[in-house]
Design a protein around this ligand. Structure first.
Ligand SMILES: Nc1ncnc2c1ncn2[C@@H]1O[C@H](COP(=O)(O)OP(=O)(O)OP(=O)(O)O)[C@@H](O)[C@H]1O
Length: 250
């Protein structure tokens, strides 16, 4: 009997290197991400996390190697890879909440009525019912982040790419957004690549954690996140030792 074929990865990086002049930001990174995974990238400042995300997004071409989405080389940004940043000004200030969410759909050729319906559905799902016609400057930082997430999910991307999305939020809002992201993941089952500096956030949100080491950026470790809370605490300890070796025993 033939073994069942393994599901092809949504994303594959094959020996990806990225150089900026004399600086090698990433060196020969190999990685695959399967459908529904929540991959979190951690590592010290300057290790290449944002560079890796930009290459997946199609904003940066690798100096060597390939980035494949569903087996096809990534050459440019596209609505199949929606990006969420930490900046509060990532929304278009002259468009309402609903228009901000519908805009990328319209650009991707979705009909006006369907774009509006999808926007309204996502507005409800991220807890912003009643704010469809509000403009970004009237919203709090947390609400703007909800709009950015709604906009990304409305496009039904193959990959949701998030670059430290909650880093600029206050601690309480950050916690709430983390829980809501997990809830949205349960509803939508999207595939997530998430960059953070926070070990706690990585363990909370990730199903797998990739640790990068700097200069040049390479994969130092790939760790599965266990379900059991005690095992998760152990993983936090392990990540602390990997990322802060000099302070691990203090
Ligand atoms: N456009 C660029 N031009 C030149 N060098 C760059 C550019 N972008 C990134 N770099 C360099 O590449 C390396 C990786 O940067 P990157 O921003 O990807 O790291 P990071 O892990 O996201 O850092 P941080 O956690 O501080 O955001 C750094 O040495 C950085 O100086």
């Amino acid at each position: 009997m033939m073994a069942p074929a393994a599901e092809p990865p949504v994303l594959a990086l094959e020996r990806v290197s990225i150089r900026f002049g004399a600086v090698t930001a990433l060196q020969e990174v190999d990685l695959t991400v399967t459908s529904g995974e929540r991959l979190v990238l951690v590592g010290p400042s300057g290790c290449g996390k944002s560079t890796l995300l930009a290459a997946i997004g199609g904003f940066l071409a690798p100096s060597a190697g390939r980035v494949l989405l569903d087996g096809q080389p990534v050459r440019r940004p596209g609505p199949d890879r929606m990006m969420v940043f930490q900046e509060f000004d990532q929304l278009l200030p002259w468009k309402t909440v609903s228009q901000n969410i519908a805009y990328p759909l319209r650009l991707a050729g979705v009909a006006r009525a369907e774009a509006r319906d999808r926007a309204e559905e996502l507005i409800r799902q991220v807890g912003l019912a009643g704010f469809s016609t509000a403009y970004p400057h009237t919203l709090s930082g947390g609400m703007k982040m909800r709009v950015a997430i709604a906009r990304a999910l409305a496009a039904r991307p193959r990959l949701l790419l998030m670059d430290e999305p909650f880093a600029a939020l206050d601690a309480l809002t950050r916690r709430r957004m983390q829980q809501e992201l997990l809830r949205l993941w349960q509803e939508h089952g999207f595939t997530l690549v998430f960059v953070t500096h926070s070990i706690e956030e990585a363990v909370l949100l990730g199903s797998r954690i990739l640790v990068l080491s700097p200069h040049p950026g390479r994969i130092q470790a790939v760790l599965d996140v266990p379900e059991a809370p005690t095992a998760r605490l152990g993983l936090e300890g392990e990540l602390n030792r990997l990322l802060l070796p000099e302070t691990a025993d203090v």
